[in-house]
Design a protein. Structure first.
Length: 681
């Protein structure tokens, strides 16, 4: 046998970042063989030339040297004299024998880099200190010191620990990890959680259309804002800290977890929970489940979220609590709380009980008609397919069921390459049609095919179209007396639009006291003009038809950067639409009643994070306001509190928006109609 002993004292040296490559089997295998591949190291210049040549030749000839648990045969890097096996008085001198060398044990390679490495033969513990880097089984471990038991594959890392495995990237003070079981614990952990982009495979209806809508200034919506910096790619990544996390494969659980969406410290907002679980749902997305979470604002104000489990994933959800107003269906103010019944990576089922507070103050508080419920099911299927269902009961009194139940189910999938097929069935769909107000569609079943938004050559003109076929039961105005009756409808629509950037300002730097003071993204000041043309044609099985051609011109402007305390943000819009109508729909819900409309709105910073918004749409032929929306917002970089009210539709809500969370900002079940086309979102 050949032993590597330390070189003589006069030429001893310590080579920085020595490298060892080890290969061993799992502890379940009885074989304890370990292969250590010697890696040539640069020798000091003070060695005699003949000594250097002999040592280099010797190391190159030992490309694979076997060691057993009983004796060490080779070691790379500095070797402690005390670690060498010493002969005992009764030891028998072994006579070298010629034998065929064993082949190295097949297994996972373990690569270790460190300033200093030691191996204890008896305990089979490998110790590396100083700038340690361990690469093994697709993982990377960095620390000041690492001890690895080669028999059990148990590693203990201390000091400035960084652990990477797959999409997991965590830091901490001490890691205990078993490579064989793929389990471990990390103390004082920190890192980031990647929620990816929100999954929303629903088609955008006529995306090239610029028809006015009272939702243009829907404060707090998470839809992209053209006047925000283009640096926002839609990826939702949040930082976290935890007293302890337990790693288990690609999943982990945490104790005393704090999650924040704020890149600065101290954070404006934190979500704190005593217990949480995280699991990957795709190579780029994670899902976090928390128990009894609490929101902490600016380190001062705490808001307990009164639900047992909060799920953050790729599904769009409403905030778990809602204070809303609905005069027609719920009698005024109501309170809603959400509960996740199923929260799987590709399946979500949520039930939301409601209490009609204002109605209860006016009557018997024990009446079953004072309570309602909303149930929502969503499923993301393979190949970008999407299934969604919603059931709403505005009363739990069985006698009110015919007038309190609303239900819908939709299935979407790609078709013809880049088009979308959207099928739908709805019962008592609630539709708002401008001057004609609310209309209930008794039943509707059918499909639509939506094109993507295309650009015509290098003209900059956006172009999109849709076509669909439905069978509809709704109130008709072409029969006497008026009543609910069914007809088939074939509908097509085309939209073209072009924007003209008139002026662009510069965003402020993405810093805490500059561009990110009150906004999650730096605001880009600018002025834009837009022109658009929309055409729609509907044919009904009764023999009637309705054709519509409309042109829209508009201008919008964003002034200021929303950074200074006073009047540093103003957003305005003004548009005019003129339409031509031929024929008339037999139904009221899609009949075109407003051929001319003017829409104007403003969103103005009042002081600091407080903004006030107003938007209205008029019919200039009748002088009537056909839609309107008012909002008051307290906006911060990481969150916003919004109060919205629409006096025309008699609906409103108080919202909490948190940037990068999967909480959308509308619980409304109202479908608006513009130009005879339903605008389902």
């Amino acid at each position: 046998m050949l032993h590597f002993l330390p070189p003589p004292a006069q030429i001893t040296h310590q080579t920085p970042q020595s490298v060892a490559q080890l290969r061993f089997q799992s502890p379940q295998n009885e074989s304890k063989d370990l292969v250590l591949a010697a890696v040539p190291q640069a020798l000091p210049q003070v060695l005699p030339e003949i000594v250097e040549s002999d040592l280099r030749s010797l190391m190159q000839s030992l490309s694979s040297v076997e060691i057993t648990p009983d004796s060490i045969l080779a070691q790379v890097g500095p070797v402690k004299p005390d670690s060498q096996p010493r002969p005992k008085p009764g030891d028998r001198v072994q006579t070298p024998q010629t034998q065929t060398p064993k082949q190295p044990t097949k297994g996972e390679p373990l690569n270790v880099k460190a300033d200093r490495q030691e191996y204890n033969v008896k305990t089979q513990i490998f110790t590396a200190t100083g700038n340690v880097v361990v690469v093994y089984k697709g993982s990377e471990l960095k620390a000041d010191k690492v001890e690895l038991n080669l028999k059990t594959q148990q590693a203990v890392a201390d000091g400035n620990v960084f652990f990477k495995r797959g999409d997991q990237r965590v830091r901490g003070s001490r890691l205990e990890y078993n490579y064989a079981k793929v389990q471990g614990t990390l103390a004082n952990a920190s890192g980031s959680i990647n929620f990816g982009t929100l999954a929303d495979p629903r088609p955008s209806q006529l995306p090239s259309d610029v028809a006015p809508s009272s939702q243009t200034f829907a404060i707090g919506r998470d839809t992209p804002d053209p006047n925000q910096s283009p640096n926002n790619k839609g990826i939702r990544r949040m930082g976290f800290r935890a007293d302890l996390i337990r790693l288990d494969g690609d999943r982990w659980s945490a104790e005393k977890l704090r999650v924040t969406n704020d890149p600065f410290s101290p954070p404006e907002l934190e979500l704190i929970t005593d217990s949480a679980k995280l699991e990957p749902i795709s190579p780029t997305q994670d899902r976090l489940e928390t128990e009894a979470p609490t929101l902490v604002f600016d380190g001062v104000f705490s808001l307990p979220v009164p639900i047992n489990k909060l799920t953050l994933d790729r599904f769009q959800r409403s905030f778990p609590l809602l204070v809303g107003y609905d005069r027609t269906d719920r009698g005024g103010f109501f309170y809603q709380q959400d509960f996740d019944i199923i929260a799987q990576p590709d399946l979500s089922f949520r039930i939301s009980p409601q209490i009609f507070v204002q109605k209860g103050l006016q009557g018997n508080i024990l009446d079953s008609g004072l309570f309602g419920v909303v149930a929502k099911l969503e499923s993301i299927l393979p190949d970008n397919q999407y299934l969604a269902g919603r059931v709403t009961l505005s009363s739990l009194n069985p006698n009110d069921l015919p007038n309190s139940l609303r239900a819908s189910i939709a299935y979407n999938r790609p078709i013809f390459g880049d088009h979308q097929l959207a099928t739908q069935f709805a019962y008592r769909e609630r539709i708002f049609n401008g001057s004609l107000g609310f209309q209930d569609v008794r039943t509707i079943i059918g499909f639509n095919i939506f094109s993507p938004n295309r650009v015509l050559g290098d003209t900059g003109i956006n172009f999109s179209y849709q076509a669909g076929l439905q069978y509809i039961n709704a109130e008709r105005g072409d029969i006497q007396p008026t009543g609910v009756s069914g007809l088939g409808r074939l509908q097509t629509a085309v939209a073209l639009s072009k924007g003209f950037p008139l002026w662009r300002g510069q965003p402020l730097p993405a810093e805490k006291e500059a561009g990110l003071k009150y906004s999650p993204e730096p605001i880009v000041p600018g002025v834009d003009a837009v022109v658009g043309v929309t055409g729609a044609y509907s044919a009904y099985t009764a023999g009637s038809s309705q054709a519509y051609l409309a042109g829209t011109v508009g201008v919008s402007a964003v002034l200021g950067n929303f950074s200074r305390p006073f009047l540093d943000y103003t957003k305005i819009n003004l548009s005019y639409t003129q339409g031509l109508v031929s024929g008339e729909s037999p139904f009221f819900f899609d009949r075109i009643a407003d051929r001319q409309t003017i829409t104007a709105g403003i969103l103005q910073q009042i002081y600091g994070p407080i903004r006030l918004g107003v938007q209205q749409t008029w019919n200039p032929l009748t002088g009537k306001v056909i839609d309107s929306s008012y909002s008051l917002e307290y906006s911060r970089r990481t969150y916003a509190v919004v109060i919205r009210y629409n006096p025309t539709r008699e609906i409103g809500e108080i919202l909490l928006r948190i940037s990068d969370f999967n909480w959308n900002n509308s619980n409304s079940d109202v479908t608006p109609v513009q130009g005879g086309i339903e605008r389902r979102e």
